[in-house]
Design a protein around this ligand. Sequence first.
Ligand SMILES: NC(=O)c1ccc[n+]([C@@H]2O[C@H](COP(=O)([O-])OP(=O)(O)OC[C@H]3O[C@@H](n4cnc5c(N)ncnc54)[C@H](OP(=O)(O)O)[C@@H]3O)[C@@H](O)[C@H]2O)c1
Length: 163
Amino acid sequence: MSHSFSLEAILAIARNNAIGLDGKLPWHLPVELKLFKEVTMHHALIMGRKTYESLPGILPNREHIIISQSLNSIHGVHIATSVNHALSIAESLAPQKVFVIGGKRIFDELIPHCNAIHVSRIMREFNADTYYDFNFQGYTIDQSHSLHDVETGTDILYQKLII
Ligand SMILES: NC(=O)c1ccc[n+]([C@@H]2O[C@H](COP(=O)([O-])OP(=O)(O)OC[C@H]3O[C@@H](n4cnc5c(N)ncnc54)[C@H](OP(=O)(O)O)[C@@H]3O)[C@@H](O)[C@H]2O)c1
């Protein structure tokens, strides 16, 4: 797959591979939400329908491409029926970067095609109903820094991984 944009993924994973609970994130970590905003701002996002429904609304200054076979058109977002359809919509928007933001099946299908992965490793275990077993092998750490969520006392290791 070759594109005119950089295809990247961004995900937050707990120690036990938890990523989601009851249609939301298993945690409330403002420092991690801030990081997500900084990394993705002014770029396009590809997401599954449930991840879209987990958002508080349309995120400002980012094109949203939602993969779904059940949704009809929604004002302000693009609907794709498959990952390939999502990539062709992204191509037509001509962004500099496109971020794959989940959930699980979208990560499974698109992470192998991403040239960078932004991972927040949440240094705790959480109850969850959605897990993602990300394989860190084969990547080089391009950037790495620690974050600390003061409110919950949670440590987070952010890493940008490249092929
Ligand atoms: N920690 C993280 O980084 C992170 C990131 C994202 C999401 N999450 C969490 O994970 C949960 C949601 O993730 P999820 O994996 O359950 O769902 P999801 O991938 O966000 O959404 C699943 C839906 O997307 C559509 N879909 C997915 N793959 C498709 C494909 N290849 N072709 C066509 N349609 C496709 C289908 O929609 P239709 O049923 O409409 O056809 C499917 O039911 C939430 O709890 C969310 O908060 C966490």
